[in-house]
Design a protein around this ligand. Sequence first.
Ligand code: ADP
Length: 253
Amino acid sequence: MSRTIISVKDLVKNYGSFNAVKSISFDVMEGEIFGLLGPNGAGKSTTLEIIETLRSKTSGEIMVDGINLDKNPSAIKNIIGVQLQTSGFYPGLNLVELIHLFGGLYNQKVDPIALLKKVNLEEKAKSKSKELSGGQRQRFSIATTLINKPKIIFLDEPTTGLDPQARRNLWDLIREIRAQGTTIIITTHYMDEAEQLCDRIAIMDKGSIIKLDSPDKMIDELVNSGFERPKQTKAANLEDVFIHLTGHQMRDE
Ligand code: ADP
């Protein structure tokens, strides 16, 4: 792991008298997949949106690739990719037209087919967004984060509502994007997703980070503390059966 690309120090966010984020600090390293894991209401989206410059903070200091968020938020916007709300995908436009539209918003020339290829949607180039399955829509949404060739992308619960195959396809896609050098911050409330995908995880609860480490180390630490699962689980679970029977290949077409 190389250098710190995001540094969050003593971040606080109050909504009126409600203290949603309670002085959290963490660093994200360049090239890692960093997870914010926690139950609903933990403060994950608030934290992400503050770093994305989309929401104001109450206090604290945030640096993104050496840029101070208070001093130059627009410079940060230029180097990050944020998932656009799928509701903003005009239903009457096809994917190529949408990419041109979003490229215009970012003032970027984009090759729509090359971008669609990256997310395995080139065959859907002429389809309208309303004609996509849930998994395809999420892949397209991830493609939109890449339009401005960002150094860092932010994914807010990207697999919520997807079936197991579509989720695994999306995990593969996220790993591929990281392999090309992009740092990824992801929020999730799925434990298996965090364990499979993230190099390091910050577990958030009620506005605080209660643990930050790699999934492996967290599990080892718990095991070394004498913890034992009450009952030995089987060597496979129902999801394994499902994937085994229906195949791992792209099926959310
Ligand atoms: P998470 O993403 O972990 O589910 P959020 O960051 O969305 O958590 O929310 C953290 C807490 O802040 C929740 O209790 C939520 O109700 C509250 N909250 C989020 N946005 C607002 C807002 N705009 N106004 C008031 N409270 C908010």
